[in-house]
Design a binder for this molecule. Sequence first.
Ligand SMILES: [Zn+2]
Length: 155
Amino acid sequence: MSLTPHDRARIIQSAFQARESAYCPYSNFRVGAALISASGEIIKGANVENASYGGTICAERTALVKAVSEGTKSFAALAVTTDVKAPISPCGICRQFIREFCPLDMPILLVPADYTDEFPDGREDGSGKIIQTTVEGLLPLSFGPGDLELPRGAQ
Ligand SMILES: [Zn+2]
């Protein structure tokens, strides 16, 4: 799958916008995620923490739950950003959650906080550089919905 420069810029900026809505009084680690659907719609998500800690939901899953619960189940790309000047990648649970709904070759952009569209490929010193990967890149040899359809051994 490929992402047009226009859509790439849209999801990057949307991830930064989504980060503004993070509710993270416990970790103080803001995360913003933005999906673009197959039809070009942007869906944003932020991490939402909980005093129980276990009730916390990450930005990536917030975006996916928002989209899927509103009827959007086909996605073209995901961007994730934080306040850290390094690309931060989705946690393990989110990787599996992304795998449920997104094609294995779907682009995933890990956007450092110091990214600027003035230097879309990063600065000369290497800062501000996005890591672009895929669902399969983040979760190789993954288990997905199709595995449940496989024939079972005879008993
Ligand atoms: Zn997560």
